[in-house]
Design a protein around this ligand. Sequence first.
Ligand code: PGA
Length: 266
Amino acid sequence: MNNGGHADIRVPLIAGNWKLHHTLEETRSWCETLATQTKHSDSELSLLVAPPFTALQTAAHSLAGSVIALAGQDCFFEDKGAYTGEVSAPLLKDIGCSHCIIGHSERRQYFGDDDTTVQRKVRALLEHGLIPILCVGESLTEREDGRATQVVVRQLGAALAGMDHLGSDSLVVAYEPVWAIGTGKTATPEDAQHMHRTIRDHLGKLMGVSSARHVRILYGGSVKPDNAYALMSGPDIDGALVGGASLNAKDFLSIAKESNRAWMSR
Ligand code: PGA
């Protein structure tokens, strides 16, 4: 499928973040559904899933030969050593991941990830040729105080400090307003587009305007089949990072279809 001939330079990415969900059996079943349903699809959309670490091998096996890429949900910044409980970029690469989510608000809120650790993790992934899906987003208080842009710009600048030669293929950014994650609330399509444009403009300052034009910026926070079309209509919205609705293979596929429809029509 082509996109109707318009000159959109970024093919959308729909990424599923399972968080702490799915056994091996559930993983197999989800992956088999996705692999079967996308086999003869002519959609150009990129698809990706981030299962828990315990399910990565099963997912890698079930998705082999499919178009669906694999991601970690987090990684530590050291390659190896005495770090009980951690997983590193080389280990994620070894198991077949091409991407890894970094700086998710749940990591920042519950596990102490801050701007410095996020930057070190981004760097570790890049060193090993993995693509960080860098999450940024403001809390409800920060939005209500009128500081949403300031927070997001700070998070971006800190995470990408010293990486001004970053190529556009080396990075995905996900804008996830914290108040929209798992709450059923979403930013309006206009607010989302506005923040995505702000992010792209700021990326232009950090990595150069032409690279920034090609970086995919995903929206995340309560994306569902019935709101995906509206959310994906903004010209700077290049896909979605989907939590709850990605657990069900059919819902995830519906979101991908709706996003493709939005992309084709813009
Ligand atoms: P949600 O989660 O879709 O369940 O709101 C999104 C995310 O946290 O990535």
